[in-house]
Design a protein around this ligand. Structure first.
Ligand SMILES: [Zn+2]
Length: 64
C-alpha cells in the first residue's frame, strides 16, 4: 500500500496519507481541506542514513 505525502494548499500542512483504496480522498490533518498537492514520495523517506554500496548489506555476499 503506497504512502503519499500531501501538502495542504490552504494552511501549508504537510502530512502522509496511506492509500488503501484508489478512491480514497485524503484530507488535511490540520484544517480538513481537500485542496491538497501531492508531493514526491521520497519527501517522507529517511535520508542520509544509508551507506550501502550495493545489494549486499555486509559486503561479503558472493553475489553481492
Ligand atoms: Zn490544511
Amino acid at each position: 500500500m503506497p504512502i503519499y505525502v500531501y501538502k495542504c494548499e490552504e494552511c501549508g500542512e504537510v502530512f502522509e496519507h496511506l492509500i488503501i483504496r484508489s478512491t480514497d480522498k485524503p484530507k488535511c490533518s490540520k484544517c480538513g481541506s481537500e485542496n491538497l498537492k501531492k508531493l514526491p514520495t521520497t519527501f517522507g523517506v529517511k535520508m542520509g542514513s544509508s551507506s550501502s554500496t550495493g545489494s549486499c548489506p555486509t559486503g561479503t555476499c558472493p553475489l553481492g
